[in-house]
Design a protein around this ligand. Structure first.
Ligand SMILES: [Zn+2]
Length: 433
C-alpha cells in the first residue's frame, strides 16, 4: 500500500495577498454540528476549529494550528465564518453523495481527549479522515492542502497519517468554493486516489485546459478551483488510480448507496405533492450514480423515475442539480452533476425535455397536460470526454431534487381513506373527553 504524500496546488494569486493571522487562543471555537450521512461506514471529519499538533507531520512541524478564520480572530467563529463553514460542509458532502461516506463537523473522538490524544485516536480509527482546515502552508511548503495517499482503509496508522490538511490562510483562501476544491482533492488522496494528470501536455495536474465559466468542469484530483464544477474522473495513463468505481470497490467502504427512488417506470416513486399541487422538494430528491466505468452514455448511470398525476392544465416541473442540505428547496452551491429531466406519458413515451439554465444548473419543463398519469425521468447527461484530453472520462454523477406546481394529488386507495378517517374520529372523541 502506498503511503506517499500528495498535495493540491495552491491558489497563488490569493497567497500573495493573504496574511498569517495570529493565533488568539488555545481554546478551540466550536463549529456547527453537521452530518451528511450519519451511520455511514466511512467518516470525513472536517475540523475548522484548530488543532494543537504534537510532533511532526510529513517532515514538517504544524504546531498549534489556528481555527478557520476570516477576521483574524481565531478564538471565535463570527456569523460569516459560520456561514462559510456550513457552505463548505454542504459542498464537500455533495461531492461524496452516493458513497457510503458521512461528511461531518462532529468530532468522532471522545470529548475528554486533548489534541495529542485525539491525533492518536484518529490514527487508530479505521475508515475515517481528520481534515484540518486552518492556518497556512508555511510549515509544509506551498500547497492548497496535503494528504497521505491511501491510508483511510488501513486498520491503524501512525504519525498522524489519518490527519490531512487544507491551508486557507495562504493556500486556498477562505472562500468555500476554493477550500472545498482542496478538501475533496485531499480526501480523495486519503481514499487512495492519485493525481489526474494533464494527458495532453504531461503536466501533473489537469485543469481540463483551464476550463472556466458556465458548463465547465475539471477533475477533482487535478485542479478544480476555477471550473463551474469539479467532477470525479477516470484517466487513462499510469497515474489513474482515480476511478470512483475502483475507489468504492477497493476501499471496502461499501458499494455506492442507492438513492431509494425507483429506477424504472414500473417501480417509479410517487412524486410527493402538497394539497395545493406543489412538489415537496424534501421528499423528491435523489442522486444519480455510474453503473460502470467504461460507459459514456446516460444509460451507463442509474435513472430515477417519479410518477405523478395531472388534473388537466399547466404544469411546471424543475430539476435542480445539487443537494439541498442548507435550505429545503434551494440548491446548495457546488453541484457535481449535470442532469437531464424528461416528461413521459403513461406508456413511457417522451413528451418533453426540460430546458437547462447552464448558469444555475436548473432544468425546467412547463407545458399543458391533459388529465392523467405521467412520469418524470431524471438521468445523467452522460460522461464527458474532453475535447482537450481525448482519453478522459468525466463522471456526470451527483445529487438533484425537484420542485414544481400544477400537480394533482396522488389519490389514496379508498380503503386507506376509510381507515384514516376512522382513526381521526377516534382521536377526536378521545380528545373531547
Ligand atoms: Zn494532490
Amino acid at each position: 500500500m502506498k503511503f506517499g504524500i500528495a498535495s493540491s496546488r495552491p491558489l497563488l494569486a490569493l497567497a500573495l495577498t493573504a496574511v498569517f493571522a495570529s493565533f488568539a487562543s488555545a481554546q478551540h471555537p466550536v463549529a456547527p454540528g453537521l452530518s451528511s450521512n450519519p451511520g455511514a461506514r466511512y467518516n470525513i471529519f472536517l475540523n475548522f476549529s484548530g488543532f494543537d499538533y504534537e510532533g511532526t507531520w510529513g517532515g514538517g512541524t504544524p504546531g498549534n494550528v489556528q481555527a478557520y478564520t476570516q477576521d483574524e480572530d481565531a478564538s471565535t467563529f463570527n456569523p460569516d465564518e459560520i456561514g462559510a463553514i456550513k457552505e463548505t460542509w454542504a459542498r464537500v458532502s455533495q461531492a461524496f453523495v452516493g458513497f457510503n461516506i458521512n461528511v461531518t463537523t462532529v468530532d468522532p473522538a471522545p470529548s475528554n481527549l486533548n489534541d495529542a490524544q485525539r491525533k492518536a485516536f484518529y490514527d487508530n480509527k479505521q475508515y475515517m479522515t481528520h481534515t484540518i482546515i486552518g492556518g497556512g502552508y508555511d510549515w509544509f511548503g506551498p500547497a492548497g492542502g496535503v494528504s497521505y495517499v491511501g491510508v483511510a482503509q488501513q486498520g491503524t496508522t501512525a504519525f498522524g497519517m489519518r490527519t490531512n490538511w487544507v491551508f486557507p490562510v495562504n493556500g486556498t483562501g477562505t472562500t468555500p468554493k476554493y477550500m472545498t476544491a482542496a478538501i475533496i482533492h485531499e480526501d480523495g488522496h486519503h481514499l487512495s486516489l492519485n493525481h489526474q494528470s494533464d494527458e495532453a501536455n504531461g503536466d501533473g495536474y489537469s485543469s481540463n485546459n483551464g476550463a472556466s465559466g458556465d458548463g465547465s468542469y475539471a477533475p477533482i484530483m487535478g485542479v478544480a478551483y476555477y471550473s463551474q464544477r469539479g467532477t470525479w474522473r477516470a484517466g487513462t495513463n499510469g497515474l489513474n488510480a482515480n476511478d470512483v468505481l475502483d475507489l468504492q470497490n477497493n476501499l471496502d467502504i461499501g458499494s455506492l448507496i442507492d438513492s431509494g427512488i425507483g429506477h424504472s417506470i414500473g417501480t417509479a416513486t410517487d412524486l410527493a405533492v402538497t394539497s395545493e399541487g406543489a412538489v415537496v422538494s424534501a421528499d423528491a430528491q435523489g442522486w444519480i450514480m455510474p453503473l460502470e466505468s467504461t460507459g459514456y452514455s446516460p444509460d451507463s448511470y442509474t435513472k430515477d423515475y417519479f410518477k405523478f398525476n395531472s388534473g388537466g392544465g399547466q404544469l411546471s416541473l424543475t430539476a435542480h442539480d445539487g443537494t439541498q442540505f442548507l435550505q429545503s428547496g434551494v440548491a446548495d452551491p457546488g453541484a457535481t452533476m449535470r442532469s437531464v429531466l424528461r416528461i413521459l406519458d403513461a406508456n413511457g413515451n417522451v413528451l418533453g425535455v426540460a430546458t437547462e439554465d447552464s448558469t444555475t444548473l436548473v432544468h425546467n419543463w412547463t407545458g399543458l397536460l391533459s388529465a392523467g398519469t405521467y412520469f418524470a425521468e431524471v438521468s445523467s447527461y452522460g460522461a464527458y470526454v474532453s475535447s482537450y484530453e481525448g482519453g478522459s472520462r468525466y463522471f456526470n454523477m451527483g445529487a438533484y431534487f425537484l420542485s414544481g406546481t400544477g400537480f394533482a394529488p396522488v389519490p389514496e386507495p379508498a380503503t386507506m381513506l376509510v381507515i384514516a378517517s376512522g382513526v381521526g374520529l377516534v382521536l377526536r372523541r378521545r380528545r373531547s373527553k
